[in-house]
Write a protein that binds this ligand. Structure first.
Ligand code: EPU
Length: 416
């Protein structure tokens, strides 16, 4: 998908089904390495990052069957060599999960430093601190990360920053370590809980996931399992914001409403109607939305991955809104693109001051990263006239069937 073209102004209505959670699916696919066995995974989103990860797993030696319905059979017992020096791992952040998984199963691993969206510095010092505390020797040389350990021994690890990636990587590395590992100041995101449940389904022993203290009791061996990935909190949040932006009436199915509370609460504060049902949520937008202030925070705070779509929405809402990005300092690159549409946003460091304008103008713009691209889609839905979003392949990395889902809701959108 090179380009997305949107004719703004259509009201969205109808139902949309949310796919499996990208940020849970990726560590789960890598986590099958721990099983040294066959796993069956379903509710996987069919997105660029999953296709790339399948290639990576195959290059390592895993046997993978991926069905377009989101079902995967994967056998990781055929992996012999935990070394992969290939540019493909730079295409995504989640390749760093090979570190924890291979270190745990093979006692060593070598991969290139991970890539991913350009949204800030993104160090992995907390991952490394965790591996070293478990007894691994870690070296980073010429862009290659090598970890090696004769034995991994349970330890107490206090994370200096709340990190999703470090929490998951340390959980994986500690799964088959001798004794107990305690991770303090752990991330609490829904996908941390999903990953812990997955490891436990393979015979692991992880307690406390979803709180800030996680206890991993090392086991000798894991085994294959069947597992279903949770729904995508961020995809669901994006459609909630899109519904509000397009003054629509949209039912978002296959969600866990609890995971969406930070988004629901903000939309309600803006004057949007949000109703929760068992596994769906209904969002009813209107023309009288109020400006609000938003601060991104680790879960259960407002997710950084929705800062960009939310900022786009607020750019067309009367009054002044202040958005503070506390997680990734470089997550405002898309604002320059939004400015071509006539928005009034001033970014100063981690803060964006948004003065809502009456009309956004359709323009030719460029997706800077995955969620920045989603923000431009939101802006395009609100704008007068045609918006052409170039470099739209960024968006495909994280949103399954975006165009057909939007078309079903009545958006005037096409891809080229
Ligand atoms: N950080 C460190 N040291 C570390 C690790 C993180 O200083 O060793 C800092 C980061 O620089 C950042 C903060 O800690 O300021 C949080 O980073 P975190 O490690 O939680 O993020 P991540 O694991 O790199 C994952 C998601 C991101 C999502 C963040 C936060 C994946 C593959 N990526 O990244 O998803 O924004 O958690 O929830 O799961 C996206 O989907 O668009 C995306 C960028």
């Amino acid at each position: 998908m090179d380009k997305v073209i949107i004719e703004g102004g259509s009201k969205l209505s109808g139902k949309v089904d949310i796919s499996g959670f990208k940020n849970a699916a990726l560590p789960i696919i890598v986590g099958t390495i721990l099983a040294n066995d066959k796993c069956k995974i379903d509710n996987l989103p069919m997105i660029g990052d999953v296709y790339n990860l399948v290639k990576i797993m195959e290059m390592l030696g895993a046997k993978v069957y991926l069905d377009e319905s989101g079902y995967m059979d994967i056998d990781t017992s055929t992996i012999r060599d935990p070394i992969l020096i290939d540019e493909i791992t730079r295409k995504m952040r989640a390749s760093y999960y090979l570190l924890g998984a291979c270190l745990s199963r093979f006692g060593e691993v070598k991969v290139l430093y991970p890539g991913g969206c350009n949204i800030g510095v993104r160090p992995i010092d907390q991952h490394i601190k965790g591996f070293e505390a478990l007894g691994a020797k870690v070296e980073v040389e010429h862009g290659v990360i090598s970890c090696k350990a004769n034995r991994l021994i349970g330890s107490k690890i206090y994370l200096d920053v709340v990190s999703v990636g470090a929490t998951i990587n340390i959980m994986m590395a500690a799964t088959m370590a001798e004794g107990t590992t305690i991770i303090e100041n752990a991330a609490k995101e829904p996908h941390i809980v999903d990953m812990a449940n997955f490891i436990n389904a393979m015979g692991g022993n992880i307690r406390g996931a979803g709180t800030d203290i996680i206890k991993v009791n090392g086991v000798n061996k894991l085994h294959g399992c069947n597992y279903s990935v949770i729904p995508d909190q961020i995809e669901a949040g994006t459609y909630m914001i899109a519904a509000a932006a397009a003054k629509g009436d949209v039912i978002i199915n296959n969600v866990i409403p609890k995971h969406l509370e930070p988004i629901s609460a903000k939309l309600i504060e803006m004057g949007v109607e949000v109703a929760e049902y068992g596994d769906s949520i209904r969002v009813n937008g209107n023309s009288n939305m109020k400006s609000v202030n938003v601060k991104t925070l680790p879960y259960p705070g407002f997710p950084t991955d929705l800062q960009q779509p939310m900022t786009a929405l607020l750019s067309g809402v009367k009054g002044t809104s202040i958005v503070t990005e506390t997680v990734f300092e470089g997550r405002y690159k898309y604002v320059d693109e939004l400015k071509r549409m006539g928005v009034d946003i001033t970014v100063d460091g981690r803060t964006a001051i948004i003065k809502g304008v009456d009309t956004l103008m359709g323009s030719k713009i460029r997706a800077t990263d995955l969620r920045g691209g989603a923000a431009l889609i939101i802006a395009g839905l609100m704008a007068n006239g045609t918006t052409e979003i170039e470099e739209a392949y960024h968006i495909e990395r994280g949103y399954e069937n975006l165009i057909s889902k939007l078309l079903n809701l009545g958006a005037k959108v096409k891809e080229e």
